[in-house]
Design a protein around this ligand. Structure first.
Ligand code: UGA
Length: 440
């Protein structure tokens, strides 16, 4: 099928490249000319495992094209995905300005039937607004009084990709959710995803939009739940890892997303939880549970900081090294990364900050000042009074801890992800602190 994707960020680009890979003719569109020019040359502007290879492969076999203009890029397409950003406004509402602009431009350039699919995470009822916008902006030559001479459908097809494993997630989805209001839209969407043979959940547009909100909020709730448990574990000298294990074997609960840590970050959970709280409030329901989820997430970051301040006693003039900066492994994304809050708070106390991350240094440089970046974990450890394990990158799993101990001023590790819980670092002379674990 001829498909256009408007918005070539994480979601749009992965969707576009993967739809080309499964056999469609895809044009990825973005207003950012520098980005489009890079993409045309086969250069991926983000770090996402596997994406670069598929991009180049599908450019070469001519199934993947790029454009800066909706008019040029989307005119031939039968299906147009909207995958532009929906940032948070100050009050937590999703800002849908970009979605509206795209809907208007699609309408203005339409010459035949289009299926317009929302891929961005949007509040319920956005589908209706997109349809109204298209109806309003279809050019005069395609109108006879109130009657439109051009036909279109709007559908919702929320995305469940995780950064760092987005290509894998796209190719092997747990489910594909489509919200449709016509048989034709359903048929086209089924055809688009047919090569993946996925489990399809077919519903109306509002329900599809809610499935996305509910899924992300539920996962955020699971994380905040185990983070709250980790605080109780600290007080009672219990072990959150064993609690999570014991809970996780219950198939109704499951072990995934029960990793206590330093709070969830990224471009999705913080923004989506805010947006769902606002959406519920506006519809007349106060979602207190989600307000607590958000609060626990903030408290978790504060608790980690307090632990550091408590154990280091005076933070001023101490050198603190961050192992990892990205909000999770396998990405260079720094949006809402807990590391940024940590760096700022520790700098305020007068600490000297060093940091190492395999991919996220460039993006971090744009957000904080006064940080010394190291070339590897050992260069990082040199002269540090303590290390903070912030992101559980694969390459941090098996470090030479004897070497690290000898390079540090004082061998102290605050393990924000419980990555080294079974390494017995205390036995080789480290002061070791995990999250929600009995003191060693
Ligand atoms: C999340 C969802 O998992 C995707 O399904 C969804 O499509 C995406 O948001 C989105 O809405 O676009 P993502 O933000 O890429 O994906 O990453 P996750 O793997 O979900 O991690 C989010 C945050 O939660 C990270 O900061 C991670 O460290 C934290 N986390 C995750 C925990 O603290 N504990 C856990 O057990 C799991």
């Amino acid at each position: 099928m001829e498909i256009a994707i408007v918005g070539s960020g994480y979601v749009g680009l992965v969707t576009g490249v993967c739809l080309a890979e499964i056999g469609h003719d895809v044009t990825c569109i973005d207003v950012d000319k520098t980005k489009i020019n890079k993409l045309k040359k086969g250069l991926v502007p983000i770090y996402e495992p596997g994406l670069d290879k598929l991009l180049v492969k599908n450019i070469n076999n001519k199934r993947l094209k790029f454009s800066y203009s909706i008019k040029d890029g989307a005119q031939k397409a039968t299906a147009i995905f909207i995958a532009v950003g929906t940032p948070s406004k100050k009050n937590g509402d999703a800002d849908l300005t970009y979605v509206e602009n795209v809907a208007r431009e699609i309408a203005e350039s339409m010459t035949d039937y289009k299926l317009v699919i929302e891929k961005s995470t949007v509040p319920a009822e956005t589908g209706k607004k997109v349809a109204q916008t298209i109806r309003k902006y279809i050019p005069k030559k395609y109108r006879q009084g109130n009657k439109l001479l051009l036909d279109f459908d709007v559908a919702s097809n929320p995305e469940f990709l995780r950064e760092g494993s987005a290509v894998e997630d796209f190719m092997n989805p747990d489910r594909v959710v489509i919200g449709v209001e016509s048989k034709r839209a359903e048929k086209l969407l089924r055809e688009i995803y047919k090569p993946l043979k996925p489990k399809m959940v077919v519903t109306n547009i509002n329900s599809a939009e809610l499935i996305k909100h509910a899924s992300n909020s539920f996962l955020a709730t699971k994380i905040s739940f185990i983070n709250a448990i980790s605080q109780i574990c600290t007080i009672l000298e219990a072990d959150v890892l064993k609690v999570a294990e014991g809970m996780g074997y219950d198939r109704r609960i499951g072990r995934q997303f029960l990793n206590a840590g330093i709070g969830y970050g990224g471009s999705c959970f913080p923004k989506d939880v805010d947006a769902f709280i606002r959406l519920s409030e506006k519809s007349g329901y106060k979602f207190h549970l989600l307000e607590q989820v958000r609060e626990i997430n903030e408290q978790q970051k504060d608790a980690f900081l307090k632990l550091i301040e408590d154990k280091m006693w005076i933070v001023k003039n101490k050198t603190i090294g961050l192992l990892g900066l990205a909000f999770k492994p396998n990405t260079d994304d720094m949006r809402n990364a807990p590391s940024i809050d940590l760096i700022r708070a520790l700098q305020k106390e007068g600490a000297q900050i060093k940091a190492y991350d395999p991919e996220a240094v460039e993006n971090t440089r744009k957000m904080v000042e006064g940080v010394t970046f190291s070339k590897d974990p050992y260069a990082l450890a040199k002269g540090c009074d303590c290390l903070l394990l912030v992101t559980e990158w694969e390459e941090f799993h098996d470090l030479n801890f004897e070497k690290i101990r000898d390079l540090m001023n004082h061998p102290v590790i605050f393990d924000g992800r419980n990555l080294y819980h079974d390494k017995k670092l205390d036995k080789i002379g480290f002061e070791y602190y995990g999250i929600g674990r009995p003191a060693v």
